[in-house]
Ligand binder design. Structure first.
Ligand code: UN1
Length: 512
């Protein structure tokens, strides 16, 4: 643990990142005259970064209207030409990888390596989407009627609204946006109110790419604001698809509102991810996988490992090793070399972590390490914690909900069926893993895990963009980024073309 940086050091880092990404530092100087405003803050020190001018419901509606107009032009641009926009965005992200990463570090508290990794995900998905722009393919089916052609075609959907979370402030937006743009859609973005600056940096690079390739004005606006602005976007009939990443609570609000107006949703909600460690596991490999997945990003990924299900024959040893590894993790400002665990996003997260630990103890759990606050003498407004490992007698109520903080609950099992039952016995279903050297165990796990992501000998976090990302049950069912996720951003049509010169009716029906 080292001392935290000065306010000035944070401001300098932020200013250099913003400037290089083409965002004026004056965006942080919204005066009292602004019709709406939003404070910006860094979790590293807890300091205020300034005040952003925010959208009003009226200005949000205007941006959505402009996006709908831009869509009318963009849909007619051939898809491979639309691909040029995401290609250029990817190039600019490559040139400004460190610059954008600096903003992410300041605003979300990620280490430079993890922040750069997030930008790399954006670059990767841009490359993926460029290829996809030549592969928006449909099938043809044999018609039952002579002289008829039957086929499936895919068309742009319209305006896509993206709601993103603070923890991946830009990558998740890019998964949606790169594919939606090649699909021919306009994209309105309501970033987390805790990470607007990173959003403005990413969007500035996209706006630059859009201008260079001659994309229509207003195609990719950002809405700055809190829940009221997100709500206005969700209710807007012009928004054909709402892709929302965040808590289950948020998804429960968004889903019904969009369903009521027969819009589409793509939900990526809470994870409460588990990993099974079998007796045959390579213990050193499992240890590294578990520690990164549980303590990395200070436990603030939706893919973070929260429940460890260890075979009873190896549990004591394995848990000792985790506790020993946790003691070596350097906690502190992500601006310092060697730091692996940065701050929690805010006091609310800290309070939620403390409440969960208390509940765990009341349910019979024993905190083996961590949980305490550190560096608070230095900066009381910043919230750093030691990642916690908690041994639980069984999977109790506290383990059934997601606490967005570094708490790893450990339970034991005696046979794989029991482990799978524990594993699947929570309401969420995002990511999962097994550590084993036995083929039969790994295959059984892959077919029985009820999550959208199931891994073998890899932790629950750190997915590549080439696979579809998302989960089942309360996680919401959406799929983003890889494989055929592009279909979520398009509408499917079935076309029957009659070139027979006759009018035979299907199913042999006679009429006229
Ligand atoms: C998230 O936490 O919302 O798989 C996304 C991962 C990252 C993405 C996480 N590639 O951990």
């Amino acid at each position: 643990m080292t001392a935290l940086p000065t306010d000035q050091a944070i401001t300098d880092l932020l200013t250099s990142g913003l400037k290089a990404c083409g965002v004026e530092a004056s965006v942080l100087n919204a005066g009292p005259g602004a019709p709406a405003s939003l404070p910006a803050r860094s979790p590293i020190t807890g300091q205020s970064l300034g005040t952003l001018a925010a959208d009003t419901k009226e200005s949000a509606a205007e941006k959505i209207a402009a996006a709908a107009e831009a869509f009318a032009d963009w849909r007619d641009v051939p898809a491979p030409a639309r691909g040029q926009l995401v290609q250029r965005w990817g190039q600019l992200l490559g040139e400004h990888k460190e610059d954008l990463a600096k903003i992410i570090t300041v605003e979300a508290g990620k280490t430079p390596s993890e922040a750069a990794g997030e930008v790399q995900e954006m670059i990767d998905v841009c490359e993926f989407a460029l290829g996809q722009s030549r592969q928006l393919w449909g099938k043809t089916m044999p018609s039952e009627r002579p002289g008829h052609k039957l086929m499936e075609t895919w068309h742009p959907l319209g305006v896509v609204g993206v709601i993103s979370a603070f923890n991946f402030p830009v990558a998740v937006y890019s998964w949606n946006t790169a594919l939606a743009l090649v699909a021919g859609d306009a994209v309105v973005w309501k970033p987390s109110e805790n990470a607007v600056l990173a959003a403005l940096g990413a969007q500035s690079l996209l706006a630059q790419a859009a201008a260079e390739v001659g994309a229509p004005e207003g195609l990719v606006p950002v809405l700055v604001g809190g829940r009221d602005i997100g709500d206005a976007m969700v209710r807007d009939e012009r928004v054909a698809l709402v892709s929302a990443t965040g808590s289950v609570r948020m998804g429960r609000e968004v889903g019904p509102v969009v369903a009521e107006r027969f819009g589409r949703v793509l939900l990526e909600l809470g994870g409460n991810n588990g990993a099974i460690v079998a007796p045959s596991a390579d213990i050193d490999l499992a240890l590294r996988g578990v520690v990164f997945a549980a303590a990395g990003t200070a436990g603030q990924r939706c893919t973070t490992l929260r429940r460890l299900i260890v075979h009873e024959s190896i549990a004591d040893d394995f848990v000792d090793k985790i506790v020993a590894a946790y003691k070596t993790l350097s906690i502190g400002s992500p601006t310092e070399d060697g730091v692996l665990v940065g701050p929690l996003i805010n006091e609310g997260s800290y309070d939620a972590m403390q409440a969960a630990l208390k509940q765990a103890e009341s349910e019979g759990g024993t905190v083996l390490c961590g949980g305490g606050r550190v560096l608070d003498d230095d900066r009381p407004e910043a919230h750093y914690v030691e990642p916690a490992v908690v041994r639980m007698p069984a999977q109790t109520a506290v383990m059934e909900s997601e606490t967005f903080a570094p708490i790893l609950y450990v339970v034991t099992y005696s046979d794989l069926d029991e482990a799978l039952e524990i594993h699947n016995g929570v309401p969420q279903g995002l990511s999962s893993a097994i550590f084993t050297s036995e083929l039969a165990e790994s295959e059984k796990f892959l077919s029985r895990s009820d999550c959208g992501i199931a891994n073998v000998n890899i932790g629950t976090s750190g997915a590549e963009i080439g696979g579809a990302f998302g989960g089942e049950k309360e996680t919401g069912g959406g799929r983003e980024s890889g494989t055929d996720s592009w279909k979520a951003y398009m509408r499917q049509a079935t076309n029957t073309v009659n070139y027979s010169g006759e009018l035979p009716l299907a199913q042999g029906v006679e009429f006229l």
